[in-house]
Write a new protein. Structure first.
Ligand code: ADP
Ligand code: ADP
Length: 210
C-alpha cells in the first residue's frame, strides 16, 4: 500500500496517517516532521530550512526530493508507506513517479474557515510530534503531553501570519496536484470535516481495509 495524503495544512492528514501507519505496520513519512526533527537537532539540514519553515514557504524541491528518495529506500518502506505532506509541487510529483510510484492518493478536503480553526488550536509535543487541539483533541491536562507530562507548544508556522502564507502557498503550488493525480486516475476525495474517528473509518473503507 503506497499512499499519498494530499490536502491543505491542518486538514488532519497527520492525525489519520499516524493511526493508519500504526494499524497497518507501514511507515508514516511526513516531510514536515523530518524537517522539524532536523531543526530540533540543529543538523546542517535543520539550519538550512528553519527560516523557510517558520515563514510557511516551501523547502526547495531538490532538497526535499532527495530526502524522500532516501527515506522510501529504507527497508521498512519496502511493503508500503504513507507520504504525508509530500509531494507539494508538480516537480516533486514528477520525481516521485520515477523513484516510487504510488497506488492511491487520498485528497483531504476541508473548507478554509475550519482549516484556520484547526491550525490555530493545534498544540504539539515537540520531542514526539504528538498533536493535540485545544478544543477538538485536548490533552488530559491543559498544555501538557499525555504520555510525558511535558509542555505542549504552538508551532511557529501556526501563528496567524504564517497560516495565511501557508494557505496561499498551498493554493498556488500544491492544489494543482489534485488535477495532476485525478487525471492519472489515482485520486479520491476524503471529507475531512467529521470527527477523526469518522474520517478514519472513511479512509479504511476507501482503502478496502474496513
Ligand atoms: P495536517 O497534518 O493535515 O496539517 P493535523 O493532523 O496536524 O493536520 O491536524 C490539525 C489540527 O486539527 C490538530 O490540532 C488536530 O488535533 C486537529 N484535527 C485533526 N483532525 C481533526 C478532525 N477530524 N476534527 C477536528 N480536529 C481535528
Ligand atoms: P502542515 O501539514 O501543517 O502544512 P507540514 O508539517 O506538512 O505542515 O509542513 C511544514 C512545513 O515544512 C511546510 O510549510 C514547508 O515549509 C515544509 N515542507 C514540508 N513538506 C514539504 C515539501 N514536500 N516540500 C517543501 N517543503 C515542505
Amino acid at each position: 500500500m503506497k499512499l499519498i495524503f494530499l490536502g491543505p495544512p491542518g486538514a488532519g492528514k497527520g492525525t489519520i496517517a499516524t493511526r493508519l501507519a500504526e494499524d497497518e505496520g507501514i511507515p508514516h513519512i511526513s516531510t514536515g516532521d523530518i524537517f522539524r526533527e532536523n531543526i530540533r537537532n540543529q543538523t546542517e539540514l535543520g539550519k538550512k530550512v528553519k527560516a523557510i519553515l517558520d515563514s510557511g514557504d516551501l523547502v526547495p524541491d531538490e532538497l526535499t526530493v532527495e530526502l524522500v528518495k532516501d527515506r522510501v529506500a529504507q527497508p521498512d518502506a519496502a511493503g508500503g508507506f504513507i507520504l504525508d505532506g509530500f509531494p507539494r509541487t508538480v516537480p516533486q510529483a514528477d520525481a516521485l513517479a520515477d523513484f516510487a510510484p504510488v497506488d492511491k492518493v487520498l485528497n483531504f478536503v476541508l473548507d478554509e474557515e475550519e482549516i484556520v480553526r484547526r491550525l490555530s488550536g493545534r498544540r504539539v509535543h515537540k520531542p514526539s510530534g504528538r498533536t493535540y487541539h485545544v478544543l477538538f483533541a485536548p490533552p488530559k491536562v491543559e498544555g501538557k503531553d499525555d504520555e510525558t507530562g511535558e509542555d505542549l507548544i504552538i508551532r511557529d508556522d501556526d501563528q496567524p501570519e504564517a497560516i495565511k502564507n501557508r494557505l496561499a502557498v498551498y493554493e498556488k503550488q500544491t492544489a494543482p496536484l489534485i488535477e495532476y493525480y485525478n487525471s492519472r486516475g489515482l485520486l479520491t476525495d476524503i471529507d475531512s470535516a467529521p470527527a477523526p474517528d469518522e474520517v478514519y473509518k472513511a479512509v479504511r473503507t476507501e482503502l478496502g481495509l474496513a
